[in-house]
Write a protein that binds this ligand. Sequence first.
Ligand SMILES: C[S@@+](CC[C@H](N)C(=O)[O-])C[C@H]1O[C@@H](n2cnc3c(N)ncnc32)[C@H](O)[C@@H]1O
Length: 269
Amino acid sequence: MEIPIYHKAITKNALAAGLDATVYGTLKQGLQSPGLASGLFMGKQFVHIMRSLSFHQSPEDFILLLLPELSETYIKDLLKEGLELADEMARPERGGAASRWDCAIVYAVAKGMKPEEVIETGTGVGATSLMALRGTDGALAATLTTFDREESVTGEDAIPYYRWEELPLSGVGRLIPEQDQDRVVFVLGDIRQTLPKWVHEERLSPRNPVRALVILDSLHTPEHQRFEMEYIWPVLADGSVVLCDDTTYGWSEHVGTYINCGFLGGIKK
Ligand SMILES: C[S@@+](CC[C@H](N)C(=O)[O-])C[C@H]1O[C@@H](n2cnc3c(N)ncnc32)[C@H](O)[C@@H]1O
């Protein structure tokens, strides 16, 4: 159902878009839990939402805090370009694609920081993948390594992924154009197995760190997000940026220790 004021607010305002996603996630997750567990979850979530709101930064300030070397005018231009790209992008109904604001921020951070590599957990339909690719076009075009499941499932995060019988381009990552094939590595399977294996096989270690843009957007539970951070953080070089889309409830204990725009979390190493 289209509610004009509500939908306009979500389109125009990064905070409204984040709030919409977190309230939806809270209700969905909360109502699935029985009795007391449901009440406890919702209560904890309410505190998390209030605290996140008090730490919220505008998209411009969020990027400036992560990349203080950029000028405010340049950041505004990058966000404008990112929003234009996000608006041109197809929006499949399913697959949990990031909001237009989160997409614009991914693009702006990618273009502003020029990472050596992009590492993404949760390819989904590939909205954030596409933004990161467009943000790193050019002579130093970064490789995107992106992780998702191989099989069609209903996610534990309760998003029904009815999808992708053919992999990878018409399912996972379907928004990623074929022209980018050479820059994209799909790692398919359960991230709990594929991520440790990939880090090991790529010989990534604190002695051989990489300056990366990391986008965490797979399962949004605290345990899972912590697991991903434990594997990725040590192999990142200084200057790397981690964007966590989103911090709906995953990073609830850490509010205030990361930069937060709506419910997009950001940390610079
Ligand atoms: C919110 S969607 C990603 C949206 C995407 N970043 C975009 O903007 O289009 C989350 C994705 O994470 C994947 N995912 C969740 N848990 C996973 C796991 N344990 N292993 C692999 N993929 C997982 C789901 O299959 C889903 O495609």
